[in-house]
Design a protein around this ligand. Sequence first.
Ligand code: FUL
Length: 518
Amino acid sequence: MIKKKPITEFLKTIIILLLFQLSTSSHRKPPPLPILPIPKSRQISWQIAEMALFLHFGTNTFTDSEWGTGHVDPSIFNPKLLNATQWVTVAKDFGFKRVVLTAKHHDGFCLWPSKYTDYSVKSSPWRNGVGDIVADLAEAARNGGLELGLYLSPWDRHEHCYGETLEYNEYYMGQMTELLTRYGEIKYVFLDGAKGDGEKDMEYFFDDWFSLIHQLQPGASIFSDVGPDTRWVGNENGVAGSTCWSLFNGSEVKIGGYSDARYSAEGDAFGQDWVPAECDVSIRSGWFWHASEKPKSAMTLLDLYYKSVGRNCPLLLNVPPNSSGLISDEDIHVLKEFSELRNSIFSHNLAKSALLSASSIRGDPNDSQFSPKNVIEEGLYTYWAPDQGQQSDWTLYLEFQQVITFNVLGLQEPIQMGQRIIEFHLDMLDENGKWQHVVNGTTVGYRRLLLFPTVKSHLLRLVIDKSKVFPLISHLGIYMDSYTVPRHVSDDTHTKSKFINNLFFRRTAYNQSQSASI
Ligand code: FUL
């Protein structure tokens, strides 16, 4: 009797310990810490849109000019067939998620009936002066499920108080308030830094403007040369740096000043603020419609897509409505072709048929939470995370049942966790069982696309060579672009240039990782 008690107690303790161990070992490993700075939610929603349609429209459309003098008679403005639904339909049909209208360009003419000036649609013959283009577009965008953005030029060549700092800032903020309170949700505001030489000097109260915009429309991302939400990429050609950080120091750049174009295009690996770049470019050479100009070809737009969206920057593509108030057929034709090209290339991710494994996996390898398989799923919130203890050579392997033929690599980081990757490369196993270098890249960010001469293999490895902290990858795409001649597209590809000698070691590493794959 006396002896039995301790045995029962002992067994009890063992059972409790086992249960405890079972319960703790079934705990999931939480996600890793983000690396600061990280994007605000409005910046994430702005970025995932990827492409926006810019609409430059106003008196310039009727005077064949780019920078209106501000003294053109409003009677010239009469877009008889204007149909904002057509603009939205074109945007929506061809993959644009947002429309951005020049509510007021530098000439000061307002496309909405502002109470602060008569220089607007209300003084024009269009719809007998009772029309409102911002209202039309807001309604069409809402109906079509697209976001709306507005451009309100700070430089105003018509308004008499331009040059009087206090008075004009009040005027500008009054107009901004009209735009942000009358038309429902506004998701984006474009603040242009341009101003002609020799024009009246004055100070813009940017901090007041930014605060007002965020107060009235907290979901709106503000574009300017320095942000605060998205920065100008530093050129109007639609081309980002082949290294492109969303990190940036706004204090290094002056709005409207002559700044360092390279800094704007590449960002700053050590930047304190999250201010990703946006690439703005026009489908024609001018921003406004001119009868004499033709749109760029679909192949040129595809090239720009690789150099903007494919370099971590949304593309803001300007497609100016013509003087009848419609987007021209020839522009629509090109946009259609551009959309077909993208669909044909990117709708077929060859990586989906691969067996995916990794050099290490965070947490329990039998749990899908941080599995390498996550990289073929769309979206930012599923990702591969390596084990925190792995310090270098973070690697993903893709093994195919058959040899695949491809020439594009696409990568995405879960940017809500910060931008991490500094350098990576892709290798493939050739027909002699030797690793061949396919392509190098630097930053990834929201999306990176690299185009290179076509290669064939059944085994690939993506190696992250340098990262601020251990990398995270939310998407990996392997595609075939049969339309582009690669050397015209990518300036940072090095194909089959490096021969890897330590094949045995690498193979061993691969075999080890295979056992970790799930
Ligand atoms: C520039 C302006 O001067 C152009 O007219 C155009 O609006 C472009 C997007 O920004 O700075």
